[in-house]
Design a protein around this ligand. Structure first.
Ligand code: ZN
Length: 153
């Protein structure tokens, strides 16, 4: 039984991540979550789910860099050692490729991180029934404790 629950949970996480990758709301999958480019639209225009990235704000950039760097490294190897274009052509191809790949991946990574954080918040709220959830005004238990920690610093 617990395996079934874990399997169902993983499927839901994968589905949420896929919806986030498509820049859609991780809950309903149809409302735009990351529009027009990197702005998180909260609440969702279809289901009204409040969406935000609070804890993992730098992770979309990190994951984008972790993908773009090896792809560009492979492109440098192939272009420089196999095709041998002149320096200006090589630079132009790499610069345009790097910028285009970053602009393509960054909003999708942000959507996936948003979905992951949304999923984690829901799991925490489900395991803590006394919590009010993370509402639109951010009055979740976690948010309150964060404020208390920040004020004590
Ligand atoms: Zn939605």
């Amino acid at each position: 039984m617990s395996d079934f629950i874990a399997k169902t949970d993983q499927n839901t996480l994968a589905r949420s991540l896929f919806r986030g990758w498509r820049r859609r709301c991780p809950k309903c999958g149809s409302g735009p979550a990351i529009m027009p480019f990197l702005t998180v639209r909260s609440p969702c225009s279809v289901c009204g789910e409040p969406l935000s990235i609070r804890r993992y704000g730098l992770f979309p950039v990190l994951f984008t860099l972790l993908l773009v760097a090896p792809i560009m490294g492979l492109a440098i190897y192939v272009l420089h050692y196999k095709l041998r274009p002149d320096a200006l052509t090589l630079f132009s191809i790499l610069a345009v490729g790097c910028v285009a790949l970053t602009l393509y991946l960054l909003p999708r990574m942000k959507g996936a991180v948003l979905a992951f954080e949304w999923r984690q918040e829901n799991a925490m709220n489900a395991s803590d029934p006394g919590s009010k959830g993370h509402g639109q005004n951010g009055n979740s238990r976690r948010g309150d404790s964060d404020c208390a920690e920040r004020q004590s610093d």
